[in-house]
Design a protein around this ligand. Structure first.
Ligand code: SF4
Length: 450
């Protein structure tokens, strides 16, 4: 497996296709969409220590990733994973199962319905359709329950979201991007979600073609193909109905980022309480994962992974949620706000990634205080600074007030843009960047007072 191949666009590391990185092979596990049982968390922690470098990533798709594996340790990992309940077969193409659901589905009292049975049916239907193995690795489906913890900001390809119309429940269907960008195409019944998803995915494959520059995401395809043409190709006809909000059409770029649900969140009187644990920069140790599993078990909890670099432990009572918070704070999870690490997005960079010439997470600690101020200058944003090891910008795709992009051991500074945008300043040390960002922060604050 050559390094250049590993850097191809759209590469998604899986057990069947590990990705070479600066600290060895990288493998993303394929876990259940709902709860991850404590026994499985312990088993993953064991694998991280035994076969990898002991670090576990929580990804932006709410999955876990093992790092620091090698050709020599991969066979042992594959054998170990094959024996675990709840991890998809190491030989199953991952994209067939990349279905994300509202992380608290089945537990959120504000949800319109429990989407877990729908997600299970969708996954089974996708897995049975062999031609969908050709879907690009990052192609993804979202199924939202309409509750408090949705996936509005996730850039999906085919979106389903529950809505209630008097007594009936239906699912709005939209194509491409996050909720603010996606094109609404109609509504379907809960039972027909899998039957609608498959023709849409097949139409994507048919219309994208097979050329080297074929679109990998639905949003890119819909820039080349009219939505009407796409829908004709999918042949859904009367199986989708219109709903009133469709008249508004696709809306504007999403301004609001998901709230950070950190610490104890109380449900209603008879509802569970939750403990939201942020994972600093999306990375934890095998020891932390063991602690998470042990305390979840001890306090009757249920673990749900989210795409916000946050893990929920749903407990049966507020007291147990408080105990979980107390114990896991000591283990290194973030359980209270504010915490400057939550206002910075930073990829691993050097040495974990072969492309990195800077170490964003180390430098983030220096820039933490200024990140909070910059975040406040962008209403609706949680992240004030994005520090990227290179122009690929893996840690964040959204526009950020300040983005530092590593290049040849220094940083270029982009304002109100993303990692690949033209920089305002080039070749800065992190200390120089800090001084400039502090000046910017003061300027924004002065402007906001006038
Ligand atoms: S953005 Fe960071 S993690 Fe992504 S390729 Fe560049 S250095 Fe590596």
């Amino acid at each position: 497996m050559s390094a250049p191949a590993a850097l191809r666009r759209g590469w998604c590391p899986s057990v069947a296709r590990p990705m070479p990185s600066g600290d060895g092979l990288l493998v993303r596990l394929n876990l259940p969409a709902d709860s991850v049982p404590p026994a499985l968390l312990h088993a993953i922690a064991f694998c991280a220590r035994r076969f990898g470098n002991g670090l576990v990533d929580l990804t932006r798709r709410g999955n876990l990733q093992l790092r620091g594996l090698s050709e020599a340790t991969m066979p042992g990992l594959v054998e170990a994973l094959s024996s675990f309940d709840g991890v998809a077969s190491p030989h199953e193409p991952e994209s067939l199962r990349d279905v994300m659901m509202s992380p608290l589905s089945g537990l959120d009292p504000k949800a319109i319905c429990d989407v877990r049975p729908i997600v299970r049916a969708l996954r089974e239907r996708l897995a049975s359709e062999g031609s969908l193995r050709a879907l690009p690795a990052k192609f993804c489906f979202t199924v939202e329950d309409g509750g408090d913890f949705g996936l509005e900001h996730v850039a999906a390809d085919i979106r389903f979201k529950a809505r209630r119309d008097s007594t009936d429940i239906s699912f709005m269907v939209a194509l491409g991007g996050h909720e603010g960008q996606a094109k609404p195409i109609g509504a379907c019944t809960p039972a027909s979600v899998p039957q609608i998803a498959v023709p849409l995915a097949l139409a994507f494959l048919e219309l994208r073609g097979t050329s080297e520059d074929a679109p990998r995401r639905m949003a890119d395809l819909l820039k080349r193909v009219e939505t009407e043409t796409f829908l004709r190709s999918a042949g859904l006809g009367s199986r989708l109905s219109r709903y009133p909000e469709m008249a508004e059409g696709a809306s504007s770029p999403l301004l609001r980022e998901p709230a950070q649900p950190i610490g104890v969140i109380l449900g209603g009187e008879n509802d569970p309480a939750y403990c939201g644990l942020a994972v600093p920069f999306g990375q934890m140790t095998a020891g932390q994962l063991d602690d998470l599993a042990s305390h979840t078990e001890a306090f009757d909890g249920e673990v749900r992974l989210t795409p916000w670099r946050v893990i929920f432990v749903a407990n049966k009572s507020a007291i147990k949620a408080l105990d979980t918070k107390f114990e896991l704070e000591a283990s290194g999870f973030i359980t209270r706000l504010p915490d400057a690490r939550l206002n910075i997005a930073a990829c691993p960079g050097k040495p974990a990634c072969v492309r990195g010439t800077v170490s964003p997470r180390e430098d983030a600690l220096l820039l933490g205080p200024v990140a909070l101020g910059l975040r406040l200058s962008s209403p609706g944003r949680v992240i004030g600074i994005h520090i990227s090891g290179c122009a690929k910008g893996c840690a964040r795709s959204a526009v950020t007030k300040a983005t530092l992009v590593g290049r040849e051991g220094r940083y270029d500074l982009v304002i109100d843009g993303v990692a690949g945008d033209p920089p305002l300043r080039e070749g800065l040390t992190v200390q120089e960047a800090k001084i400039i960002l502090e000046q910017l922060e003061k300027k924004f604050h002065a402007e906001s007072r006038t």
